[in-house]
Design a protein around this ligand. Structure first.
Ligand code: AMP
Ligand code: GLY
Length: 430
């Protein structure tokens, strides 16, 4: 089967890497791809916002399955247009993608179907929002309703911060995404992510992961798209995963179905695990980046037939198998990220790092220049490793980083600290 993968980041490199191992694959195309993805797919310069052009490409190349990586094409309805043209697609349609594209859509669904989440109110104008905040305990969370490239959320410790966040939203700092604002209760606990697949009828659990969103060691500094991740997440015990499925994932998909909206793709639940169990922070309607990289390292099953089953509605007969190992990924970013950074610096030593036992170096933002690999983004590499323990996975990942010669890049040196502390405690009590 020929497959078209949409996207160009580390998540898509990990997906391409897993898909390209499948005996079912004839040829993999990727739009737009990057220098790493070129090793396992033919990268094509296709404008993915031009849906008729994508449909035409699929017809011309006999594409049997399209896998959509990022959220923007989903929210723009690429999934609907492909399915309408008879092309099997992994990724929800526009309406279902509102789970990620509109925070108030998700909050209303949670309220209607009894899904545990933070208490909230939605506002379309500033004054009542300011009045509301005055009456709430701090910290309080202010969120632009729409997609804001990960920048629309403020956890305000003070009233002043909350006010600035509200004014930013209504003054257009996030464009139309901030025209509506959700103000919600601050949840206590430990954050984790859980992934499940749905073909519109059947739902199967994948596994969990945890990521580090802050740029610097000690989980300090500005928020980023994620500086590293590991899977499994120690806080998601099998009992907790069962609760997440029963209390959050299943009622969400059932709630969508009740509204006549099928969900075909991966459901990524951002969770707070607190004293009273799991609560939903947010949904994404795609794989996490860099969480996908650790999921793909741990996945034992052939990925392609599973993606296809999501797209053709035959997921019910599937059970996924995972390596019991821990996988960890460390993000190497261009110095300055998530602020201003330079592009175009050369990265050396990638082959040596990638060849190490249990290691895969996924490219997040690179481009090839002849034989040279150049940095071409903020998050540039995801150095990913498997090990029997968190410590072993971490040591492998950081040993691989030692082989990479890229003075213009940086990474955190403490990815997985929480899981390592947990492992130490478990060893101590064993
Ligand atoms: P998001 O951009 O929606 O992923 O949110 C960014 C981060 O804000 C999350 O990963 C959490 O750390 C934090 N956050 C969002 N909502 C809440 C909440 N209700 N309580 C506590 N932290 C939150
Ligand atoms: N790593 C966070 C995300 O993919 O949204």
């Amino acid at each position: 089967m020929n497959v078209l993968l949409i996207g160009s980041g580390g998540r898509e490199h990990a997906l391409a890497w897993a898909i390209s191992k499948s005996p079912e694959l004839t040829k993999l195309y990727c739009a737009l791809g990057n220098a790493g993805i070129e090793a396992c797919a033919e990268c094509v310069a296709l404008d993915v916002s031009d849906h008729p052009a994508v449909v035409q490409f699929c017809h011309d190349r006999s594409i049997g399955l399209v896998v959509v990586g990022p959220e923007l094409p989903l929210v723009a309805g690429l999934g609907d247009d492909l399915r309408e043209a008879g092309i099997l697609t992994f990724g929800p349609g526009k309406q279902a993608a509102q789970l990620e594209g509109s925070k108030s859509f998700t909050k209303e669904l949670c309220a209607e179907f009894g899904i545990p989440t933070a208490a909230y109110e939605r506002f379309d104008v500033l004054e009542p929002a300011l009045d509301y905040v005055l009456k709430q305990p701090l910290p309080i969370v202010v969120k632009a309703d729409g997609l804001a490239a990960g920048k629309g959320v403020t956890v305000a410790e003070t009233l002043e911060q909350a006010e600035v966040a509200l004014r930013d939203c209504f003054d257009g700092a996030f464009g139309s995404a901030g025209a509506s604002v959700v103000i919600e209760e601050f949840l206590q606990g430990e954050e984790a992510s859980f992934f499940a697949l749905s073909d519109g009828r059947s739902i199967i659990p994948m596994t969990g992961a945890q990521d580090h969103k802050r740029a610097y060691n000690g989980d300090e500094g500005p928020n980023t798209g994620g500086m590293g991740a590991y899977s499994p997440a120690p806080v998601l015990t099998s009992a907790m995963e069962a609760r997440v499925m029963n209390e959050i994932i299943l009622p969400t998909v059932a709630g969508l179905q009740a509204r006549g909206i099928p969900y075909q793709g991966v459901l990524y639940a951002g969770l707070m695990i607190g004293e009273n169990g799991p609560k939903l922070i947010e949904y994404n309607t795609r794989f996490g980046d860099p969480e996908c990289q650790v999921l793909m390292m741990r996945l034992k099953s052939d990925l392609l037939p599973v993606l296809l089953a999501v797209a053709d509605g035959s997921l019910g007969r599937f059970e996924l198998h995972w390596h019991s190992d821990v996988a960890m990924t460390v993000v190497m970013a261009a110095k300055g990220y998530p602020g201003a950074y330079e592009k175009g610096s050369e990265i050396r030593g990638l082959k040596g790092a990638d060849a190490m036992d249990g290691v895969a170096v996924f490219h997040a933002g690179t481009k090839a220049d002849g034989d040279r690999i150049l940095a071409n983004g903020g998050r540039v590499l995801n150095v990913t490793a498997r090990g029997r323990t968190v410590l072993e996975a971490r040591d492998r990942a950081y040993n691989a980083i030692q082989k990479i010669d890229w003075p213009e890049g940086f990474c955190r040196s403490d990815i997985g600290w929480r899981a390592i502390e947990q492992e130490d405690r478990n060893d101590g009590s064993a």
